[in-house]
Design a protein around this ligand. Structure first.
Ligand SMILES: NC(=O)c1ccc[n+]([C@@H]2O[C@H](COP(=O)([O-])OP(=O)(O)OC[C@H]3O[C@@H](n4cnc5c(N)ncnc54)[C@H](OP(=O)(O)O)[C@@H]3O)[C@@H](O)[C@H]2O)c1
Length: 270
């Protein structure tokens, strides 16, 4: 399954995860982002939703399923989903086995390293363990998240045997909207996925440009911004819990922002 142009995010939904994922898929989302990180994600809830949907005829291959390996620094010490004393490669293997069990699937479409490890040798050994999962078909592609340093990302890209296919980052002004990283991704066919897209950018949603476009297309400001991102090749994540917003987020493909308006939105990414 190819990555869809917008993905449903499952963070912070706790015991509502299964209900919301099931609803999101019914409305038409086919990409789901989760993580083996009990602190923020109830991964087993995603699996529960998929099992219920599959019992009603959904085929696994019609869902693009993405999960993450979260290094120890990002885990709640009380709920680490692998043996924290095991060597890093073993932690990755154990975390992935937990994901397989939680999600009720043998493979994921995308496996993302939740954030770089501070030591390069450790970073690389985690990536090598992820490459091993890719090698046996358990992870169809690999990616990285929260990697804001272009030099580090390029080093990973250079040394990886299985190159990153995804960069999932917070999309906000503090990083200059990752302009350099996004250019690198574009050149190499790496998909840039954005999170915090609405939360971090109220000034863009309130801007005259976006408000005028919203009026012209009879869409909301959020829809205009999400649509813009998809038109420049970004895959936004939305974790909305609202029925209306789920439908609106999927309806962004009903319209297209005119090419001559795109630079006006780009000018807001500062
Ligand atoms: N890699 C990482 O470290 C990382 C970190 C954070 C998030 N993520 C991923 O990204 C996903 C999305 O997280 P996020 O931080 O971008 O925020 P989010 O969970 O999508 O929250 C967006 C906020 O905007 C509101 N909203 C208003 N209008 C909306 C519209 N039309 N569509 C969607 N939301 C609308 C939502 O409220 P309503 O619920 O009322 O719609 C919600 O309060 C997460 O679930 C997770 O999968 C990854």
């Amino acid at each position: 399954m190819q990555m869809p142009r917008i993905m449903y995010g499952t963070a912070w939904k706790k015991d509502q995860t299964a209900r919301l994922v099931e609803k999101a898929v019914r409305y038409g989302f086919s990409g789901i982002d989760t993580a083996c990180q009990p602190k923020h994600y109830h991964e087993a809830g995603v699996g529960e939703a998929l099992t219920a949907l599959q019992a009603q005829g959904l085929r696994r291959e019609h869902i693009f399923l993405q999960t993450k390996f979260t290094p120890l620094a990002g885990q709640d010490p009380e709920r680490v989903p692998y043996n924290p004393d095991a060597p890093l490669a073993e932690q990755v293997a154990q975390s992935f086995a937990t994901s397989q069990k939680n999600l009720g699937t043998e493979y994921v479409d995308s496996l993302v390293l939740h954030s770089p490890l501070s030591r390069w040798d450790q970073f690389l050994s985690v990536w090598r363990a992820m490459e091993a999962l890719h090698g046996r078909g358990a992870a169809k592609q690999l990616g990285i998240s929260n990697c804001y340093d272009p030099v580090l990302f390029q080093r990973l890209h250079q040394e990886a045997r299985v190159k990153p296919s995804v960069l999932q980052n917070r999309f906000y002004a503090d990083t200059g909207y990752d302009k350099e990283l996004r250019a690198f991704c574009r050149e190499r066919g790496i998909v840039y996925q954005s999170f915090w897209t609405l939360t971090a950018n109220p000034q863009i949603l309130r801007s005259r440009v976006v408000q005028q476009l919203a009026r012209a297309y009879r869409k909301t400001e959020a829809q205009v911004f999400f649509r813009y991102l998809t038109q420049i090749g970004i895959v936004p994540l939305t974790g909305t819990t609202s029925d209306q917003h789920m439908q609106e987020d999927l309806a962004i493909f009903d319209f297209e922002i005119a090419a001559d308006a795109l630079p006006h939105i780009e000018a807001l990414l500062v």
